[in-house]
Design a binder for this molecule. Sequence first.
Ligand code: GTP
Length: 418
Amino acid sequence: MGTSRTFLHLCPWRTRSGISRLLTRNGSTRVWQQSGTTVSTRLCCQQHLLIRCHPSRSGGPAGRYCQQASASWAAGDVSKQEQRLLSRLYAGLIGGQRASLAECITLVESQHKRKRQLAQALLQHVLTHLKRQEEQNRGEPLAFRVGLSGPPGAGKSTFIETVGKMLTAKGHKVSVLAVDPSSCTSGGSLLGDKTRMTELSRDMNAYIRPSPTSGTLGGVTRTTNEAILLCEAAGYDVVLVETVGVGQSEFAVADMVDMFVLLIPPAGGDELQGIKRGIIEMADIVVITKADGDLLPPARRIQAEYTSAMKFLRGKSKTWKPQVTRISSRTGEGIPELWAKMEEFHKARLVSGELLDQRCRQQKVWMWNLIQENLLTHFREHPTVCQLIPATEMKVTDGALSPGLAADLLMKAFSAKQ
Ligand SMILES: Nc1nc2c(ncn2[C@@H]2O[C@H](COP(=O)(O)OP(=O)(O)OP(=O)(O)O)[C@@H](O)[C@H]2O)c(=O)[nH]1
């Protein structure tokens, strides 16, 4: 085993027993007794060490994440400078530093080939860290991942601000990630352009990440999936993924979260026609927003309409029947009750094993989506194929070549030995 020096930074959270164990790789254990209430010490040592802290009893849900581990990177593949970068990012990330989390997300969002490789190296370590944390958490997931969708103006950001503040006050750490397909096609953004969630963004226990402003929906969902993992590693135990209910993005989001919440404004029937049936079928809870003042009667009516419409939908889960509820982010009415329902949902699916099954399924879907995306990139970048594409596309649009035959020809060019 090499004797590279590893820099360790112990986490500043309280530990239950006041004892942190330092385990060397060969298994020998050194027990280090805390002197005060917090641990905030830096060590240099000769071997790769793993520091384990017991879960916090007093620190609330956020206090669960008190493990710090040093990272060793596959030497050879990663230069010394890159190793230093990755170690710094990783230590900051699992130390719960918001700036490091932001930097890590920027790295996974990067389109630069080398940076993407480094991001994957980082993510591999993050996954190992999360796995260890989950084992210590009786095999239960560390974070509750919630997808939130609704048409523009449904009240999503106001809702997230109200719920987010309620949760941070309870001791949770909340991250908000936006998936905005409009930013891919138009360069503009439905979710990110205006100042949103101003109060929550100032809360030290909340982290809000606007949508990436370029790339395909596939690219955005890849980075959102990876950003979810990074948020969890940084100790965020509630991850809210927001999307505008106008396209395919909510289907992608439903494939990365534990619960899918659809927000519907108390608008007239015509607006509701625009909400696709498929999206409603995916919802675990439908929330009628703005149920206050003059909007209370229409909110009640729409709640009744959705309740009866949803009776005929086939549920996604054996343990949960989709529900329709009514809230006002302005008055706060119905919000604690809604959160209680969401926790009930999470618990029921955890106990039944459905939650873990769903997460396994999602991992597979994610892998295949990435394969699909990468294959397409390879295909388009293939030297012969990329030469043939313009003429082939023209023949297809002129009607001179059928799309099926054109695809066959391009595939043949792709598979031919060069
Ligand atoms: N009366 C009332 N108005 C609300 C409530 N929640 C949001 N609104 C108003 O509805 C409008 C849209 O709210 P947002 O939270 O920006 O909605 P959004 O879904 O995030 O909108 P986009 O960012 O366009 O997708 C704003 O003018 C809010 O003040 C509520 O509970 N009651």
